[in-house]
Structures are given as C-alpha cells and as structure tokens.
Design a protein around this ligand. Structure first.
Ligand SMILES: [Zn+2]
Length: 618
C-alpha cells in the first residue's frame, strides 16, 4: 500500500474519537459507490476499525444504522411495521460479532445439540481458549488432526463428540467456497454415523476471505446436500444414513440468515426430488402432480396443461417429441405453468425448464449403454420448479417470475418422430429435425416463444431456458453450468451477475457468448425449412455444441428479432446444466444438485454479498 494511504488511514483512525467527542455525527457507507468497495463485508470491517479507533460497539453500530437513517429521511430510522428497512439486525449476529466468547459458551452448552463440529483452517481456531487447548492436546497425540478430519471424544462437548475438520488450502486462490460445503457435509455425515442427530457446526477462520462472505450459509447447503436421500428411499423408509433433526450454526463474523437457508433448501429439495426420481414415478403426470402438491397454498399459481389437442396446438415441437409417448397413457406430456406475481414488480423473470422424464434418444436411439441415467434429463425443469419454490417462500416484493416446464418422455416406437421431418413451430418457423436425441431444444422452443410473447409487453423482462441440454456443455466445462447469453443479456451483465452469485453460493458456472457461427449452424439448407434443429450426430462431435442450441432457441422463439439495436431488446440467457446437475457428473447415480438454483436465487432473490451492480435496463 502506498505510504500516502497508510498516513491517511492513521489520520482517519486518530480523528474518529476526536470528531465523536466534538459532537460530529459520523456515518458509515459514504464510500459505497467506489469501485473495489465490497458492500457488506467492508462495513463489517469498518465497524471493527471504529471500535479499534475508540468508539464503543454500540456507537459503531449506531453509525451504520441510526445516524445514516437520521441523515436520509423520515421513513427510515425507527423500527416499526411499515417502515422501510435494508438491514436486519439479529440479536445473535450482533452478539457473535462483539462478544464471541460469551456466545461460544452459550452455543456449546446448549443442550439441544449432541455433537460439536468445528471447521477451521488450523487447530488454533480462535473460537475459544478451551477448544484450542483441547485440540492442541489432541494433536500432540495424533498429528494427523492438523490435516485430516477426526472425531474426538470428551465430556466437555455436546454429546461428548467433537468432529474437527481442518480447512486446508485457504491460501490457494483457486479454491472457492465449495470447500466449505464439502467439509461441512462430510463432517456432519461423520457425526451422524457416530450417532448424533443434532450437530452444532462452528465455522472459524474464513471471515473476511474474499468470496467466503456467505460461507456459513454455504455450509448449511452442503449439509443439506450431503444428507439428502432419494425420494424412493424416503418413501420406503429405508435410509442409507440418518437425517439430522436439527443443525446449529455458530460462525462469528459471518452473515447468516436462517429463513433464507430454509427457503433455499426447500427449493433444492424439490429440485432434487423431481430430478432424481426414477422414470415411472416421475413420468410427466407424476412430475406435474408433485409440482401441484409442492405449491399448494403458496403464492405461486400452478396450472397444468394435459389435453393433447391443446398441447399440439400450443406447442407443436414439444408434441413432436412426445408423439411416441402418446401410445402409453401414463407417459403423456404435461406443460406446467408456475407463476408468481409480485405486489410491485420492477422486473420479471421468464423461465423455461426442460423436464424430459426419460430420454431414449427417440429414433436416434441411445445405444452402447448411453441410455442409463436418462431419467435425470429433467434436471433443468426440476431446477426451475425448485427456484419457484424459493420464490414462493421468500415472496419478493419487486420480482415477478413466470415459468413454463415441459415434461415429456422422449420414447421410441412406431409413432416416433424422425430426423428430416419438418415441423411448424408455434411462432411459424419451419423446423427441420436434425436428430431426435436433440429433443430438449424442441421441448423448450414453443414454451420460450409463448414467454417471449408475454415478455414484449412486460416491463424489464429477462428470458431464460434451463436444461440438461448437451454432453458438449459437460465436456467443455466439467461440473460447471454454462450461461450462454445473447448480446442484450450481456449488455445488462446478466451472465456475469449469475456467475458472480454462483461463485458466492458455491453453485458456479461459466459465461459464454452467442456468436455468429451459432446462427450459421442452424441455417436452412434448402427452401423447405427455415432452420435446422441440430447437427445429425451427438453434440460432443461438433464445435460450439452447447452454444448453438441457444441460437436455435433464440431464432425459433423470435428473440433474435428483439436484438440489441431493435426497439424492444430482449435479454435471453440459456443455461446448460448437463455438467452441473448431478454430483460428479454421474447421471445414473450422482445426487442431483439443483444447479443453477442457488446461483439464480443469489442473483435475483437477495442482493449478492459483495456485488455492486450498475447496469441499467435499456
Ligand atoms: Zn436427448
């Protein structure tokens, strides 16, 4: 740091108590517009520095709350129903920040818990002297404690159990907050196996680390992911491991919002159930019934279209995919509309989800063992439904969300559609089928068209398609979602915003751009068609195999007529979760992750910690 800045800092620190004594009313947050100031995190550091400079903790908190409110206007500054609020002070958060030793004692002595789990970079956790002395003694007997997770026994801890999980590699800039989710999930699993049901998780040594602001909530998400078990197992009452009854969180210096975590988890659980369940129970009718039940009595309205004639009229491409399934009643398609209308919307998300409940590939049959796992081809639609569940729990004031999920089985049989057919889409485009295993884009295209029709008459719309669409996305990005955005979405920073949120919440992805080659790939080859749905072979055998489907969707739905230089630009982002929807990319046995649910929820349902958005809608 330059000497000038160091000097200025020292002058600032010295002048704080003088100004305070002189009766000046200081406020925090006046540096918020400056680039590099990480909102939220820096405020917490600033509060600490103010106390260091000589103010009492209460005076410091007043600078960040009451003083600013008094300066701004009269609808702020008091705590009463109907008043505006942008910061919620929770008793526990304040106590943790200012008196960690007291809070530690009350957390650990709470008889609700039957195991203590400590996640920290090293055995000098800084959480409590008694804990650090215990860990030092244990490490003197077993040195592996400093590098490997261990279960230790002592009557001084809840349930006589302590799981210590060293967070190794915090100095590595390529590691991200997912390490917290993984360590928390593993440590809680250890405690559960040992007989615990109500663990208290303590997280130390990560506060202030860039990208770890939401580490406490990510830890809870990791525990929920690790302890989730398939719907089939829960229904049969045969569980591979016990499910925790209660999880406590103690994370000094870190933000934690329990209602947010609960909302997020209810959405992820729905997404995992829908995505992970076997293809008969979760055939399209089962999928839509599960959605109807999940949203009963919630602010999300659900309507299901099941009538084949109506489906054929509204969604001809989807019905082409469903054609072979029409011979089996229980496999008939459904279109599920989930809508949430905010009281005073400033923005509306339009989401399309692909829920192919089983993908045989159709006439372009998946052979050579490539069909196993294809009951998971509903991960995108499952994530959309899960996101709507979070929306229903949080009921945002200013964000409306309209979603359409296409639940279809891509079967093979005498009625199946084949490559070379030309099908007229809802919007009028004549689509030449390139390969029946590239069915996801066909399932979504007419749904996207319908939402585009609604979006053009809605203020500040954003359009999305979310799908386990291509093997190419998984090959390119491994376990990361791919956000393929059009130029309008890019101009608004939509992909970047979701990517930033994904990093913060441990649900990461990569931002891709639609390019001219992507349109070229879908071009008509004769006057018989307006465009071709795909290349004849698998997506992994062609360049830009996961980007060009977004150009196809954009063209069929007429979004490309609403480009950046048109009168009504429409932002559109296609999210391919083929690589991220299942743990380890294992479609057959991996647990569903709900991706990109957390990234989207972080970006749209709460201000992402540490992010500054300056984009304006055109
Ligand atoms: Zn397919």
């Amino acid at each position: 740091m330059p000497q000038r800045r160091i000097d200025n800092f020292a002058i600032g620190m010295a002048s704080v108590p003088q100004l305070h004594k002189a009766g000046v009313m200081p406020v925090t947050g006046t540096d918020a517009p400056y680039p590099g100031v990480v909102l939220g995190e820096t405020l917490h550091r600033e509060l600490g520095l103010l106390v260091e400079a000589g103010l009492s903790p209460v005076e410091a908190i007043r600078m960040a709350t009451l003083n600013a409110a008094v300066l701004i206007a009269d609808e702020w500054g008091t705590i009463a129903p109907g008043q505006r609020a942008d910061l919620e002070l929770r008793e526990s958060a304040v106590i943790w920040a200012l008196q960690p030793e007291t809070a530690w004692h009350s957390a650990v002595s709470n008889s609700d818990y039957d195991a203590l789990i400590v996640l920290a970079p090293h055995i000098n956790t800084g959480l409590a002297a008694s804990l650090d002395a215990f860990l030092a003694a244990a490490a003197s007997v077993d040195q592996s404690l400093t590098s490997e997770q261990r279960l230790l026994q002592s009557a001084q801890w809840p349930g006589s159990r302590l799981v210590f999980a060293p967070l190794q590699g915090l100095d590595k800039d390529y590691l991200d907050v997912r390490m917290i989710a993984e360590a928390a999930g593993e440590a809680v699993t250890t405690a559960l196996r040992a007989g615990a049901r109500r663990p208290l998780l303590c997280l130390a040594g990560v506060a202030g680390r860039p990208g770890f602001a939401s580490a406490a909530q990510v830890a809870v998400a990791g525990i929920a992911q690790a302890t989730w078990q398939p719907l089939e197992a829960r229904s049969a009452g045969i569980l591979a491991a016990p499910i925790p009854e209660l999880v406590g969180i103690y994370a000094p210096g870190l933000y934690f919002d329990a209602p947010w975590s609960r909302a997020l988890e209810s959405g992820r659980c729905l997404a995992r159930d829908l995505a992970g369940t076997e293809p008969e129970a979760m055939a399209p009718p089962g999928f839509s019934d599960y959605c109807v039940a999940a949203f009963a009595g919630s602010p999300v309205e659900v309507t299901v279209t099941a009538d084949p004639d109506r489906l054929a009229e509204e969604y001809p491409l989807l019905m082409a995919v469903a054609r072979a399934s029409m011979t089996v009643q229980r496999h008939h398609p459904r279109v599920i509309r989930l809508s949430y209308r905010a009281p005073s919307p400033t923005r509306t998300l339009f989401l399309v989800g692909k829920a192919v409940t089983y993908d045989t590939g159709g006439a372009d049959l998946k052979v050579g063992g490539h069909m196993a796992g294809m009951s998971r081809d509903k991960g995108g639609g499952a994530a959309v439904a899960g996101f709507m569940r979070v929306v229903s729990e949080l009921a945002p004031q200013d964000l409306s969300v309209i979603a359409l999920v296409g639940a279809v089985r891509n079967s093979i049989g005498a009625e199946c559609f084949v490559a070379d057919e030309i099908i007229k889409a809802r919007g009028g485009k004549r689509v030449r089928i390139g390969n029946t295993d590239a069915e996801g884009r066909l399932v979504m295209a007419d749904l996207l068209t319908q939402l585009r029709e609604e979006a053009v008459t809605t203020a500040a719309p954003e359009l999305f398609t979310i799908a386990t669409l291509t093997g190419h996305a998984a090959l390119c990005h491994g376990p990361y979602s791919a956000y393929v955005e059009n130029p309008t979405a890019r101009s608004l920073g939509i992909g970047a915003k979701i990517a930033e949120s994904g990093d913060a919440w441990g649900d990461p992805g990569e931002v891709m751009r639609l390019r001219r080659e992507d349109w070229h790939q879908n071009r008509p080859r004769s006057s018989a068609e307006d465009l071709v749905s795909s290349n004849p072979g698998p997506s992994v055998g062609i360049k830009r195999g996961h980007q060009f489907p977004a150009a196809f969707l954009s063209t069929v739905a007429g979004i490309d007529e609403h480009g950046l230089y048109s009168e009504r630009p429409l932002p559109y982002c296609h999210i391919d979760v083929a690589g991220s929807a299942m743990e380890q990319g294992d479609w057959q046995f991996g647990k569903p992750t709900g991706a990109p649910l957390m990234a989207l929820a972080g970006a749209y349902l709460r201000p992402a910690l540490g992010a500054i958005y300056s984009c304006r809608f055109p």
